[in-house]
Design a protein around this ligand. Structure first.
Ligand SMILES: NC(=O)c1ccc[n+]([C@@H]2O[C@H](COP(=O)([O-])OP(=O)(O)OC[C@H]3O[C@@H](n4cnc5c(N)ncnc54)[C@H](OP(=O)(O)O)[C@@H]3O)[C@@H](O)[C@H]2O)c1
Length: 285
């Protein structure tokens, strides 16, 4: 399949592009200068040039705290630009893969959020991503709307790298223990995207590594596997104020992804282990 990928320089795109190629697809990933998704004409001209059979939108505004000050910009990129993509996909009859976030939920539910649950974002980033979701649902019939969470990838700044950097300077790190979610490796998410586009089973999906955790437990596991010996102190969100509020629970229920793909996503611990060993391998070459 010929696949047009937006946001080529981002963390997810950097893993997705080789993953598509390895699966025998042809990925076109123009730089943002050539494919700025806020410009409908740029999207249309990329489509005319590459004639993709599917578009995967990895472009996004992802600075959760900064979005509180820049909600308009976040909404233009995560909301209105998705309308641009949808209109071109509609015009050219091309399916769209679009990513959304666990942060569209308010976190007040006791159990995992299902694809039936009503979003109710509590921060600007979540509101901007929800608008993007709505355009996909309002405008398209052929779409894969993939919510994911707590991403880490070898080509991006992420929680694991932040923790390992802190561990170089500190013996002890305080990490919030009252937000639950599912860390997700961009490599595993990319493999899911490849399977989904091959399946042609359009719909809304929750794609995360399996098993919930808190940032505190996650940090403890990072230090344990990396062998840094760093102490982790559990704290509350109130003790670690951030510009954006975050949901206390944003665990996503995977149904119907495992049924559709006939497989479960690996656990976040397996993903973390694989990520750390890849990271080690890269630093020694
Ligand atoms: N990261 C997470 O923890 C997380 C969690 C849940 C869901 N998601 C979703 O997963 C998807 C991928 O996230 P990611 O972590 O890979 O994000 P990322 O690393 O921030 O990549 C997004 C890319 O899009 C680019 N971009 C911004 N505005 C653009 C525009 N107008 N046109 C074209 N490109 C543009 C960004 O460039 P600049 O860097 O120059 O702005 C960046 O290279 C996003 O939809 C995100 O909302 C992420």
């Amino acid at each position: 399949m010929k696949v047009l990928v937006t946001g080529a320089a981002g963390m997810l795109a950097k893993d997705l592009i080789p993953c598509l190629t390895e699966a025998g697809h042809v990925a076109f990933a123009p730089p943002e200068n050539d494919l700025n998704i806020t410009k409908q004409r740029a999207i249309r001209s990329a489509v005319d040039r590459f004639e993709p059979e599917v578009i995967v939108n990895c472009a996004a505004y992802t600075k959760v705290d900064q979005a509180e000050r820049e909600e308009h910009l976040a909404t233009i990129i995560n909301g209105l630009a998705v309308q641009n993509l949808c209109l071109v996909c509609q015009e050219c009859d091309i399916p769209l893969v679009h990513f959304s976030t666990d942060y569209v939920f308010d976190g007040t539910k006791d159990g995992p959020y299902t694809v039936y649950d009503q979003p109710n974002p509590i921060n600007a980033y979540g509101r901007s991503k929800l608008l993007g979701e709505k355009y996909v649902l309002w405008l398209l019939k052929k779409f894969y709307l993939v919510r994911t969470s707590w991403l880490f990838g070898i080509s991006g700044s992420n929680f694991i790298e932040t923790m390992l950097t802190l561990a170089e300077k500190q013996k002890e790190v305080s990490v919030v223990n009252d937000q639950r979610g599912c860390p997700t490796w961009t490599q595993h998410l990319s493999e899911v995207v490849v399977s989904l586009i091959e399946s042609r089973r359009y719909g809304v999906y929750h794609a995360t590594n399996s098993g919930p955790t808190t940032w505190f437990e996650y940090a403890r596991e990072i230090f344990c596997l990396a062998g840094t010996g760093t102490e982790v102190v559990p704290i509350t969100s109130e003790q670690f104020p951030t510009a954006a509020r975050r949901p206390k629970n944003s665990v996503l229920d995977p149904f119907p992804l495992p049924e559709v793909l006939q497989r479960d996503m690996p656990s976040w611990r397996q993903a973390l282990e694989a990520y750390l060993s890849l990271r080690k391998q890269r630093s020694s070459t």
